[in-house]
Design a protein around this ligand. Structure first.
Ligand code: TYM
Length: 319
């Protein structure tokens, strides 16, 4: 049975990009695969959240995952920082990760540009930690959006490198999971820029209120520049159509008042998820039970791999 690992940073609410890029396909896989879904709270430290925000966000993201339909009886859902084997594997992999290749990563270069005052080593080695997340469970498949393609390629490199270095077949080479052989998903933002993202301010959250969704969608076209500037429009309208393709039924994609229809279709799509988020986030007991069980299952799998890796590297007990 193939093993699947998927993660999301705990930096804020899940948005439509996260859902269609990484969550939807995961939900479809939980019946027939060995699935791990986790909240990447170590990764969120690169932007220095306050302790209170960090704590709230982890819980929120877990509630949002569950509201999307991740079933803790089928999948293992856990918090990254509950699994100390992950940072240990990260340390070991760092010894075989080279400065040149890490510096060349697009996400590192982007982040270094976005936060020039905080180009920390965690940002540089971000793909190494991500590789540890994936290969600690010997994953075969990783459902991710297009923006994570390069990070996943690096995870493949680190897995291959370890196998080759020690002449073992410990790690399968993980592949991105895409729908029916299609390209990896990239959900556009409302502002006509490339992708919907938490930090880009162009996202619609699954927990967003209907009023706020209507406002954002209505603003989407007019915000992109002077109305006479027709050159901007086609790109934005294309974005709206792409969003419609994922949230609307096929017959509404073709006609109607585009923006109004899109807003209503998004609301129809998100409302059951939003109400479920509101219920789950209040249920502290349920959340802590899910987190505890998930941590136990994730650690069982992770410690098995780490034990094997330690042996291979030469950390063998002599007492
Ligand atoms: P993050 O938290 O930015 O996003 C979580 C998942 O959502 C996908 N995604 C999108 N897909 C399509 N269109 C979009 N506009 C869009 N925005 C986000 C992302 O591709 C991702 O799959 N580094 C990861 C978290 C991570 C991880 C892992 C993922 C850490 N370790 C191991 C998989 C396996 C990240 O920052 O994703």
């Amino acid at each position: 049975m193939p093993t699947v690992v998927s993660g999301i940073r705990s930096t804020g609410n899940l948005h439509l990009g996260n859902y269609f890029g990484a969550v939807k396909n995961f939900i479809e896989m939980q019946n027939e695969h060995n699935t791990y879904f986790f909240i990447a709270d170590f990764h969120s430290l690169t932007t220095h959240p306050t302790p209170a925000d960090l704590h709230i966000n982890v819980k929120q993201v877990m509630a949002e995952y569950l509201a999307c339909g991740i079933d803790p009886d089928k999948a293992t859902i856990f918090v990254q920082s509950d699994v100390p084997e992950i940072p240990e594997l990260y340390l070991l992999l760092n010894m075989n990760a080279y400065l040149g290749e890490l510096e060349r990563t697009t996400s590192f270069k982007d982040k270094a540009r976005q936060q020039p005052d905080n180009v920390n080593a965690g940002l540089l080695t971000y793909p190494v930690l991500m590789a540890a997340d994936i290969i600690i469970h010997k994953a075969n498949l990783v459902p991710v959006g297009k923006d994570q393609e390069q990070n996943l390629e690096m995870a493949r490199t680190f897995a291959r490198r370890f196998n080759r270095m020690y002449n073992v077949e410990t790690f399968p080479i993980p592949r991105p999971y895409t729908f029916e052989g299609k390209d990896m998903v990239k959900i556009p933002g409302l502002d006509g820029s490339g992708k919907m993202g938490k930090s880009e301010g162009n996202a619609i959250a699954l927990a967003e209120s209907p009023e706020s969704i209507r406002k954002k969608v209505m603003r989407a076209v007019t915000d992109t520049g002077p109305t006479e500037d027709n050159q901007q429009k086609p790109e934005v309208i294309k974005n709206l159509f792409t969003l419609m393709e994922v949230v609307s039924t096929p017959d509404t994609v073709a006609h109607g008042d585009l923006k109004k229809q899109l807003a209503e279709d998004i609301i129809t799509f998100t409302t059951p998820i939003r109400t479920s988020i509101e219920d789950i986030v209040k249920d502290e007991e349920y959340l802590s039970k899910v987190a505890r069980n998930g941590a136990e299952k994730a650690r069982a799998s992770a410690s098995k791999t780490l034990q094997e890796v330690r042996e291979i590297i030469g950390f063998r007990k002599f007492y």
